[in-house]
Design a protein around this ligand. Structure first.
Ligand code: NI
Length: 128
């Protein structure tokens, strides 16, 4: 779908979540000041990684997302958010059917420099 950037149209987040089922495959819904707003679903573990130059914002809309850090976990429930600072290693772990939003620079790869079978490259990320 053509993205809505610059079209002055409101975005219904719930409707956007209904458009896809893949897990750990962020979909772009908006862009602002070179940051992308993405929606993703999670189930199980992603992969340990960090983002050298970018902070990463997680906002949970449904389910439970645990951000695992080397020195402990942060558990995010619906309506809660967290900013993962640049350079900090993390590994997201989600309950089945967890829905969350990510806000991060367009250059951010969701598994950092780590290539895993779950990695979606920036050019593969699609607008919905
Ligand atoms: Ni990350």
């Amino acid at each position: 779908m053509k993205h809505t950037h610059g079209q002055m149209k409101k975005i219904k987040i719930k409707d956007k979540f209904a458009l896809f089922d893949e897990v750990w495959t962020p979909k772009i819904i908006a862009e602002s000041n070179e940051q992308l707003v993405k929606l993703a679903k999670g189930d199980g573990e992603l992969v340990w990684h960090s983002h050298e130059d970018e902070d990463e914002i997680f906002i949970v809309f449904k389910g439970k997302l645990t951000l695992q850090f080397r020195d402990g976990d942060v558990v995010l429930n619906k309506g809660e958010m967290f900013v993962v600072p640049k350079g900090v290693e993390h590994c997201p772990l989600a309950e089945p059917d967890t829905h969350f939003m990510l806000i991060e620079p367009a250059t951010t790869a969701h598994t950092g420099a780590i290539q895993s079978e779950l990695t979606v490259t920036a050019k593969d990320q699609e607008w919905i």
